[in-house]
Design a protein around this ligand. Structure first.
Ligand code: BGC
Length: 765
């Protein structure tokens, strides 16, 4: 086992250390020009531009082009003309070295000022080599893992001629009904911030002009994850305090990390669509935080100001959006109205200049003016996509994203020989579902299925039987269309039961098709759909040794399952190497160490559910009386709490110590704890530190994550884990509208998840 782990780690480390050059890889990246030089160049170019050319830079259109070039068609031809005349600043969804090369030529060789276009694409968790969906990756609680996957994704995307990814998505999401939960890092601001910053580092590297990096885009700004009822695109109405304390910190950190672009969100907040929120864009993002990149609208979010009911027509929508600070119009065709509005004097040209300056600045930083074609290199593309080292990285990231939720009686790990294994469920054989939603340019059906992973891992593949069970999805499966679930045709259950009866252990894949989550994929129910629960019940009746492998893009309601089967492995949608990574865990080649980045509810009616909730004025009391903030039919607590995850070993926490019981205004507080591996195999533990501010000028959460550390501990070994707290860690948006720490008493916990831990207390002076 150990040798295998080391092999992977070494292979991944070498491949991404930057010290090994392979045929087809780029020469040294273009020299990064200094900020001042870029500003001069931007000014000089801007001075030469006509109003029409300036407005051209603000337009982004999508493409339906083929890999080899533009496809015929009215719309497309019009876009071609626009590009040639310098009236298109950016395209999205043009992918592939050849296609981007040709599209870029149209702009550079035909337009008067030869300004290159910037090509954007949703590279959310990989370009061709798929990594786990971001929610799954967040379960690694390992920012280095997120940085690695983003770096590989950037390398592949850049080799395919792309300059810009619309990622990372950093929306905090507390409601599992919302389909876009899968795209972010879950419910917590602290964890979400660490993962977002790591992804930005991975995408952008140290040099945007390198042909191995792409510009990142912090999205969706802001509060998109707070859609009422978890229904996508729905109204958001949150307080300034929640906005500042929960939603905005990852964006602020993204700006500090140098993120090149920001995408606004579809939603309104308290009646004001984010796309035209001067407060969000001008005051906070570009003002308080000094963001100097550009803001792209979300898809037609400027045009959607009309149905929102804040603009009567495209002209008004454009005027409101440019005034608020949205710089680029994605697919809205609203900003083309700005020329006339500037000429009439209703929109100031200075607003246009500011937006153009920001867009040109990023194009210069990307090196596009030095060589507009440098990213589009078919040879490099061929050598980079799906390379063995990229796939090794995908496997490494995937297994680190797996969370062991239950393992009663030590059913796991399985043995590679001597066990008859029945693999059951349509998802187990799927080579497509693990690729996940938002799969960029992944080849359909290209993932290693769970079945294949198991067959490769065991010494005798013939001892593995597979029964698909009843159909899960009936009809078409696609990113754009609603899924239909089979609830009536029970064919396949009997075969699955027979397979289970003859097996010593059953591995059952259950959960969600990947297109159950993602954009426009909200659900009112988040349990097992179709006949999955029925299949599980039938199988469990004849064989109690059931390991459920969950594949899903959101927290699921699995209360019934958790009360029966002995083992549950949370495997999300893990990407290209899913089956291998899951097999690594099932057979103990890798000891799982993931922790949940989201709470799993007992019932959908608990949503929104999150560990860092407020206490309320009536938190708890006499159980026989109803006048407490509680449900009468379920406990308030989740089924599995945020931060939860098991290992094949066990850990004990001892000797929580603080350097002092007081923290001075400018001081530091050292916190240490001893963590012992009390089991018989080596394992990693994510040691988590939570705080509670007992009395604030505004109510404070009952617990907030403020630190975590992932440590590898050998059997019998004890490791001391240290945290350093400063008053900055205690700061929040106060009743005075300031970001500061308020003196007073705090509670502190260090433990294995948000519901357990050793407790201490200190006072901030
Ligand atoms: C999504 C964005 C995405 C954009 C471009 C929108 O519908 O909300 O996240 O980047 O489309 O594909």
């Amino acid at each position: 086992m150990k040798r295998f782990v080391n092999y992977l780690l070494i292979a991944v480390a070498i491949a991404f250390s930057g010290c090994v050059k392979k045929a087809g890889e780029p020469a040294a990246p273009a020299a990064n020009v200094s900020g001042q030089e870029i500003e001069k160049k931007v000014d000089a170019l801007l001075a030469k531009m006509t109003l029409e050319e300036k407005i051209g830079q603000l337009n982004q259109y999508t493409s339906r082009w083929e890999m080899t070039g533009p496809a015929p068609g009215g719309d497309e031809n019009q876009v071609l003309q626009e590009i040639k005349s310098g009236r298109v600043g950016s395209m999205l969804n043009v992918t592939g070295a050849q296609a981007t090369l040709e599209a870029q030529k149209l702009a550079v060789e035909n337009s008067r000022l030869k300004i290159p276009m910037i090509f954007g694409y949703d590279v959310i968790h990989g370009y061709k080599t798929m990594f786990p969906i971001p929610l799954g990756e967040a379960a690694s609680w390992d920012p280095q893992v997120a940085e690695l996957s983003a770096r590989v994704a950037a390398k592949e995307a850049a080799a395919a001629g792309l300059h810009w990814t619309f990622a990372p998505m950093m929306d905090i999401s507390r409601d599992a009904r919302w389909g876009r939960v899968m795209e972010g890092s879950g419910e917590d601001t602290f964890l979400g911030t660490q993962m977002a910053v790591a992804r930005i580092k991975g995408f952008q590297g140290d040099n945007l002009a390198s042909t191995e990096t792409v510009a990142a885009c912090a999205k969706h700004y802001a509060a998109y994850g707070f859609a009422e009822g978890g229904r996508d695109y729905n109204t958001v109405d949150i307080s300034e305090a929640t906005l500042r304390n929960v939603v905005l910190p990852p964006f602020k950190a993204a700006v500090e990390a140098g993120v090149a672009t920001v995408m606004n969100s579809f939603n309104e907040i308290g009646g004001m669509p984010a796309t035209i929120s001067t407060h969000l864009l001008r005051d906070i993002l570009k003002g308080e935080w000094g963001f100097d990149g550009f803001v792209v609208s979300d898809w037609n979010s400027i045009g959607e100001l009309i149905p929102h009911g804040v603009a009567a027509n495209k002209e008004e929508a454009a005027r409101l959006a440019i005034t608020a600070g949205s710089d680029m119009d994605m697919e809205g065709a609203c900003y083309i109205t700005l020329k006339e509005q500037v000429e009439k004097g209703v929109v100031k040209e200075a607003l246009i200049d500011d937006a153009v300056r920001r867009i040109l600045r990023i194009k210069f930083r990307l090196g596009l003016f030095d060589d507009p074609y440098q990213y589009s290199d078919p040879e490099r593309e061929k050598n980079t996509l799906l390379s063995p080292e990229n796939l090794a990285a995908a496997r490494e990231v995937a297994r680190k994203s797996i969370v062991l939720l239950k393992n009663e009686g030590g059913l796991l790990p399985l043995k590679k020989e001597g066990q008859r294994i029945a693999v059951i469920g349509e998802l187990a054989a799927s080579k497509d579902v693990p690729l996940g939603s938002w799969r960029a340019s992944a080849d359909p059906n290209s993932a290693v299925s769970l079945l294949e992973g198991i067959q490769k891992a065991v010494s005798n593949p013939a001892a593995v039987t597979f029964a698909k069970g009843p159909d899960y999805i009936v009809g078409q499966r696609a990113f754009q269309t609603k899924l239909q679930y089979n609830t009536t045709n029970r064919q396949g259950i009997a075969e699955a039961v027979a397979a289970a009866r003859n097996a010593s252990v059953v591995v059952m894949a259950l959960g969600e098709d990947c297109f159950q989550t993602g954009e426009g994929r909200s659900q009112t129910e988040i349990g097992l759909k179709g006949l999955q629960q029925e299949l599980l019940d039938a199988v469990y009746q004849v064989n109690k040794n059931v390991v459920v492998v969950l594949m899903n893009g959101r927290p699921l309601e699995i209360t019934r399952m958790a009360g029966t089967v002995p083992s549950i492995v949370e495997a999300w949608h893990l990407g290209s190497e899913a089956g291998n990574a899951i097999a690594d865990v099932l057979f103990g080649d890798y000891n799982p160490a993931g922790k949940l980045p989201v709470s799993f509810p007992r019932a959908v009616g608990q949503l929104p559910l999150y560990y860092n909730h407020k206490n309320t004025g009536r938190p708890t009391g006499d159980e026989n009386v109803v006048f407490w903030s509680q449900y009468n039919d379920q406990p308030n607590t989740p089924l599995f709490p945020f931060g939860y995850g098991l290992s094949y070993t066990t850990f004990s926490y001892e000797e929580l110590k603080m350097s002092s019981e007081t923290l001075a205004k400018n001081g530091t507080l050292q916190v240490s704890v001893k963590v012992k591996n009390t089991g018989s195999v080596a394992g990693e533990e994510v040691v988590q530190l939570y705080l509670r501010d007992l009395v604030g000028s505004l109510t404070r959460p009952v617990k907030e994550l403020k630190g975590f550390e992932k440590v590898m501990i050998q059997p019998g070994e004890t490791k001391e884990v240290q945290f350093t707290l400063t008053p900055a860690d205690l700061a929040f948006f106060t009743a005075q509208g300031k970001w500061e720490a308020e003196p007073g008493d705090f509670k502190l916990w260090v433990g294995p998840n948000s519901a357990e831990g050793l407790e201490a207390a200190f006072t901030l002076q």
